[in-house]
Design a protein around this ligand. Structure first.
Ligand SMILES: [Zn+2]
Ligand SMILES: [Zn+2]
Ligand SMILES: [Zn+2]
Length: 360
């Protein structure tokens, strides 16, 4: 499905200039380093975008609109109904252990292969080898040290490289070249392009250290599917990789500026879903975009706030007066020496003059 582009036409030059200004700002010393890069890894207790449960030492992440994990949010609602204060509840609540691996787990034998069995922490191939070992040694048990002895004999296998889904940051889980989540999604989608592995590829190829041939009915359709995928979401991470470069920078700057005066909470899941929505609609820039194209009001509010932050960057004071904050094709900031030196004094002073908290 193609969604018509929502872009007001901005010439390539304007976009390039704007990206250049934002890049300088994002690489500047005041900028929050956590918000740089294609995958933002937000620490659990980040001052602006926290996602940890507020019960001290609880290792679980927040649930829906609560500042607590689902178990504690539930207990808190009951405690509150019974007349307990929040402070009393937080002091008395028992912290819980994490229940999902926040990072991708690797095979403990193969450094380049993701774990298939999270319990054993081994890849698909080693899981199968362990199962056949158990078959050959009836009575052998994981717990009596047999697993440790078996582990010591195992050789690592080479990895399958990065997942072919363009935005994906994970390692491929099989010779098909997709991570576990994208491979499941590919099968669910009915294998567009018909990419598949030979039957028994372990026994026929991998065991003999041979490369596994992939057959594909339609390479172009398979590649198009890989390009169209959204990232696998992980708690505490924001994937901006699939966004066009200018839009990515606009998100980063927008998130940073929001943190200078956070009057409303921006849940990380909202930020991610807005990024996904922009990617689906092939948005190149938030400038001039009508926020009402988004159906959710939190998306609309976030877009308006980011646009406000961008206006202060995109228009220098003189142009701002002339343009009266009306979106215009004209880009006012001048660069005396383009690639080597960018004079941002006017942009920065315009920005910091209107944001007194920017000084901390
Ligand atoms: Zn909790
Ligand atoms: Zn392995
Ligand atoms: Zn993937």
């Amino acid at each position: 499905m193609t969604v018509p582009s929502l872009l007001p036409r901005q010439d390539a030059r304007t976009q390039r200039d704007r990206l250049e200004v934002l890049t300088v700002l994002i690489n500047g010393p005041e900028f929050d380093p956590v918000l740089r890069g294609g995958v933002l890894k937000i620490p659990p207790s980040h001052p602006v975008y926290p996602w940890n449960c507020t019960v001290p030492d609880c290792a679980r992440s927040r649930w829906r609109r609560y500042a607590m994990c689902s178990v504690h949010a539930d207990q808190w609602q009951e405690a509150e109904a019974g007349g307990m204060t929040r402070t009393q509840f937080l002091r008395g609540a028992e912290p819980l252990a994490a229940w999902e691996a926040p990072e991708e787990m690797m095979c403990r034998i193969c450094p380049q292969r993701p774990a298939f069995s999270l319990r054993l922490a081994v890849c698909f191939r080693h899981r199968n080898r362990w199962l056949s070992h158990l078959k050959r040694h009836p009575g052998a048990d994981e717990d009596d040290g047999e697993f440790e002895r078996w582990l010591a004999d195992q050789q690592p296998c080479p990895g399958y490289g990065e997942c072919r889904a363009e935005v994906c940051d994970e390692l491929a889980a099989s010779p098909l070249g997709l991570c576990g989540a994208h491979e499941r999604g590919y099968i669910r989608a009915g294998r567009p392009g018909g990419a598949r592995l030979p039957k028994n590829f372990f026994a026929t190829f991998e065991r003999h250290e041979l490369p596994v041939p992939i057959s594909c009915d339609d390479q172009i359709a398979f590649r198009a599917w890989c390009r169209a995928q959204l990232p696998v979401h992980r708690t505490g991470q924001i994937y901006l990789r699939g966004l066009r470069p200018l839009l990515r920078a606009e998100f980063q700057w927008g998130m940073y500026v929001h943190g200078l005066q956070p009057t409303a909470v921006w849940n990380l899941t909202w930020v991610q879903s807005l990024a996904d929505e922009c990617q689906r609609r092939d948005v190149a820039s938030l400038a001039g975009l009508d926020p009402s194209v988004f159906h959710r009001d939190y998306h609309q509010r976030m877009v308006s706030e980011m646009q406000e932050a961008l206006r202060k960057v995109y228009f220098s004071p003189g142009d701002t007066r002339d343009a009266g904050y009306i979106e215009t094709e004209h880009f006012g900031v001048r660069f005396p020496h383009r690639s080597s030196y960018v004079d941002l004094t006017c942009v920065l002073s315009a920005y910091y003059l209107t944001s007194p908290t920017a000084y901390g």
